[in-house]
Design a binder for this molecule. Structure first.
Ligand code: LLP
Length: 454
């Protein structure tokens, strides 16, 4: 198995496991496909990478090099982008619960847009901008009443969401009026995001129509002219053979005509079109490599293959019942000669993580050549929402991330060490007497021995 021209087993040996491997060409290809397909269908397009999918300095720089802007949704993501050297005037600042400190930070670096999620935030941005003598460019995130996830699309007029400003109850219109009156914000446009891992085009086209209808209403009520419309992210990817995602071209060919048509129906000028893909930029580019530590065969029940990572590096299976595919990277030659049907050396197994939880599984029921301890197991499509959602549960250090291209591998995030794990731990003076040896039961003695040590 090779990834970006690098032998996967060699990568595992060289950098250790678990290891996130990101195929640079795949990321670039996904970026280009969005830019090209949308530019071919619409006059003024900006593709904004939703960095929550995978935010590390090298990836931020890479997608910007491909002409994408950045969506950040926290002070930490913004800091990562800025410290990588990404220009602030290509950064959109999202989030439904921004703090004053985060907004002040974003104002001080000069982000291109705030995507304001509530009336409270609108007032706060205005107040903080005024205190700095600035005018902040903002967009309003609205809830268009469309909820779309994999194979599931509902248009309910639903307003029960923590995100965005509600249209049907009049809040959105009120927000436009307020934004137009506040002196230290300038309202440039509207934003919506209808869901994630979406496999259909209709919800996007419908969202465009709802947003344009609202823009018309807001124009009549307040004179607001929508310069830009952001339709969010959400394009699905192929995690396994059951997934049949639409492409950036499919999306462009659905959304661009819908927007042009709505603009003419509502008598509005064509706004700039912004999109915010995250998963579909980095998801398929990622593979996680693990080492098999134990194989437990329960005859007639199941074979558990335990690897050296799990829900700490990929919480998506436990959280969302996500379904991944996996293979043994060191047994691919055999896979070419054997097939699951023809050979008894194949086995259907389930891949278990190393955390102390029964729910910590990575893959259920996957066929592979009979696994053995020491094998290198690859789980595919882990580029999005894996590293970015990783934790130190059970105090596992977070894995390294390597970027591969043309046979070259560069570490873009170093593996955490045990020292990193305890770096922020502090021991109050009253506990510092405790040496490595626990006191015998019933004879615990509290004294100040060792109180000087940290
Ligand atoms: N824009 C906004 C405002 C968003 O909230 C999101 C994702 C995106 C863009 C990017 O969506 P994408 O193209 O990646 O689907 N942790 C979950 C996914 C949460 C997505 C949240 N928002 C998962 O692992 O499936």
């Amino acid at each position: 198995m090779t990834i970006g021209g690098c032998d996967a087993v060699t990568l595992a040996k060289r950098f250790g496991t678990p290891l996130y491997v990101i195929d640079e060409d795949e990321v670039r290809r996904a970026c280009r496909s969005y830019v090209q397909e949308f530019s071919a269908c619409y006059p003024n397009v900006r593709v904004v990478y939703a960095s929550k999918a995978l935010m590390v300095k090298a990836i931020a720089l890479l997608v910007m090099e491909e002409g994408l802007s950045l969506d950040v949704c926290s002070g930490g993501e913004l800091y990562t982008a800025i410290s990588a050297g990404c220009p602030a005037d290509h950064i959109y600042f999202h989030g439904n619960s921004k703090t004053a400190a985060e907004i002040a930070f974003a104002l001080s670096v000069g982000v291109l847009r705030f995507v304001a999620d509530s009336l409270d935030e609108l007032y706060l941005i205005d107040r903080l901008a005024r205190s700095k003598g600035l005018v902040a460019n903002i967009m309003l995130r609205l809830t268009p009443g469309i909820e779309a996830h994999t194979h599931d699309y509902v248009k309910t007029g639903q307003i029960d969401s923590k995100f965005g400003i509600v249209i049907p109850n009049g809040d959105a219109l009120r927000a436009v009026g307020i934004a137009k009156r506040l002196a230290n914000v300038r309202l440039t446009g509207l934003h919506c995001h209808i869901g994630s891992q979406v496999f259909e085009m209709e919800p996007f086209a419908d969202a465009v129509d709802i947003m344009m209808g609202f823009a018309r209403q807001a124009h009549e009520a307040t004179g607001f002219v929508m310069e830009e419309l952001n339709i969010g992210g959400g394009l699905g990817i192929r995690y396994n053979s059951k997934d049949d995602p639409i492409t950036a071209r499919d999306l462009a060919e659905a959304v661009a005509p819908a927007l042009i048509d709505s603009a003419s129906r509502y008598g509005l000028p064509l706004p700039s079109l912004l999109l915010e893909p995250g998963r579909s930029i980095v998801g398929e580019a990622g593979t996680t490599l693990y080492t098999v530590n134990a194989v437990k065969r329960i005859e007639g029940v199941r074979t558990y293959v335990s690897v050296d990572g799990g829900m700490a590096d990929n919480p998506r299976v436990a959280l969302y019942q996500a379904e991944y595919e996996a293979a043994l990277a060191n047994r691919m030659a055999g896979a070419g000669q054997l097939s699951p049907e023809s050979s008894e050396t194949w086995e259907t197994v389930s891949v278990a993580g190393n955390c102390c939880e029964s729910g910590d599984m990575l893959v259920w029921d996957v066929a592979m050549p009979r696994p053995e301890v020491g094998d290198t197991l690859a789980v595919f499509c882990t580029g999005a929402y894996n590293y970015s959602m990783a934790s130190n549960y059970n105090r596992y250090p977070r894995p390294a991330v390597v970027l591969v291209r043309d046979g070259r591998a560069d570490v873009i995030v170093e593996r955490e060490t045990y020292t990193d794990l305890v770096a922020h731990d502090l021991v109050p003076a009253r506990l510092r007497h405790a040496s490595a040896r626990p006191a015998a039961a019933g004879s615990a003695r509290l004294d100040s021995a060792g109180a000087q040590s940290r």
